[in-house]
Design a protein around this ligand. Sequence first.
Ligand SMILES: [Zn+2]
Length: 178
Amino acid sequence: MKKPLHSKKEQFLLSSKGRLIGWGAADVKNLIKNANRAKAEKLHEKNRITIRDAECVFALEWLDSFVEKGITKAVVEKLNSRIAHVRYHHILMHSPKGKPYWRYVANGDQIDDPELCIAYGVSHLLASGALDGLKKCQVKDCQKFFIGRPNSKWCSKSCGSKFRVRKQRERNFNDYLL
Ligand SMILES: [Zn+2]
């Protein structure tokens, strides 16, 4: 497993309406849930969708490209082309344990549309290592995203047994042909 590029303290925060918002494990879960929802409900094929639905579609597109292409230079450049204009403040943070420390805080007011919002969130999760182990279920009619071990192939136990049953059926069929 790759090590996260940034330690927790170095992660970028988002300032929105005077509040500081960080990124954590819950964001990965939501991102994956949204992408899976977009896939299950075929949101990308619909003509009219809500902003929430649009976020799900963008999440699906990014996760698909990560799984299909890997984190290539082109993928990183595409992410940068979306988020590079966002301005950051360098803010000194108080620490109850000792000396204060610096953090970059993005201007949340500039992150105001669903495409940008998802590109920004995805970039953080990538850089923090939170998307390490991102996989797509290998059961054809599932293909849900999940975070798994390097050798895991299915999103759930039920998909695992589905896969094995189908493989067995294929094998029996081939035996029959022989
Ligand atoms: Zn599955």
